[in-house]
Design a protein around this ligand. Structure first.
Ligand code: ADP
Ligand code: ADP
Length: 236
């Protein structure tokens, strides 16, 4: 269980998160919706500690996330797979190497040379690429792929970390509708088959309704709805 208690994040005069409290159960797929500037990214970035909150606390399985440092912080970040709107692959590296980058974080080592990778790492990377139907592209440079293909590679990179949580920040906002559906179906399959908890920022309610167990609506740094995807019509 992920417990967010009175979480607050300020940037100067801007209150990006205004004392938010939320509980996410293991195995849930939660869609977070709200306009640009509502605080969705800041929430995900606070969970995996790309941001340090200004107040409040986050707990995973009853243990603090907001208080950890050093190797405990790296261990937590390893458990949080992250997917971004712009994919964030290394453009000039091939697909397999991009996925292996996720292994570095799994093994908790700083990257020095790519020779660090073991046969097991490679086998796992290939297996994960098969999962997202991208194994045929393993040796192709990332910058030769379409957006939808890059996002599938980014999902594979997150999965080789063996995360407990997958945090997806607008994963389909840059994709055409067909690629977007495919990415959402993969995220849902990972959630249902592997039991990985998924938190997904989305900008359309329809998508959340179609793929998520639960919807959190945010506005101006606050949670304005939290419940079943069907109940939202009247709330916003
Ligand atoms: P969303 O993801 O819902 O679009 P964000 O979390 O990106 O919202 O932003 C919430 C608010 O915090 C916005 O007003 C945004 O401009 C502000 N904000 C986010 N990150 C920063 C930052 N690094 N520095 C200053 N302001 C920020
Ligand atoms: P989103 O699409 O999630 O709203 P943005 O484009 O608002 O993201 O923000 C992209 C990056 O810029 C993030 O790292 C965010 O923290 C930062 N950012 C957002 N708003 C501001 C701001 N007002 N000042 C400085 N950085 C910001």
């Amino acid at each position: 269980m992920l417990e967010i208690r009175d979480l607050e994040k300020r940037f100067g005069d801007t209150t990006a998160l205004d004392r938010i409290s939320l509980t996410i159960r293991e195995g849930e797929m939660v869609g977070i919706i709200g306009r640009s500037g509502a605080g969705k990214s800041t929430l995900l970035r606070s969970i995996n500690r790309l941001n340090d909150p200004s107040g409040g606390e986050i707990l995973w399985q009853g243990e603090t996330v907001t208080g950890v440092k050093g190797s405990a912080l790296r261990a937590w970040q390893r458990q949080c797979g992250m997917i971004f709107q712009q994919f964030n692959l290394v453009p000039r590296l091939d697909v397999l190497t991009n996925v292996l980058m996720g292994r570095l974080s799994y093994r908790n080592t700083a990257m020095t040379v790519l020779k660090l990778f073991t046969r097991e790492d490679r086998a796992m990377a290939i297996m994960t690429l098969e999962r997202v139907e991208m194994a045929a592209f393993a040796l192709q440079r990332a910058d030769t792929l379409s957006g939808g293909q890059q996002q599938r590679v980014a999902i594979a990179r997150a999965l080789v970390q063996q995360p407990s949580l997958l945090l997806a920040d607008e994963p389909i906002a840059s994709l055409d509708p067909r690629s977007a559906r495919r990415v959402m179906e993969i995220l849902r399959a990972i959630n249902q088959e592997d039991g990985i908890t998924v938190l997904c920022n989305l900008h359309t309610l329809d998508t959340a309704r179609q793929y998520c167990d639960r919807v959190v609506g945010m506005r101006a740094g606050s949670v304005v709805y939290d419940g079943a995807p069907d109940g939202l019509d009247n709330a916003t």
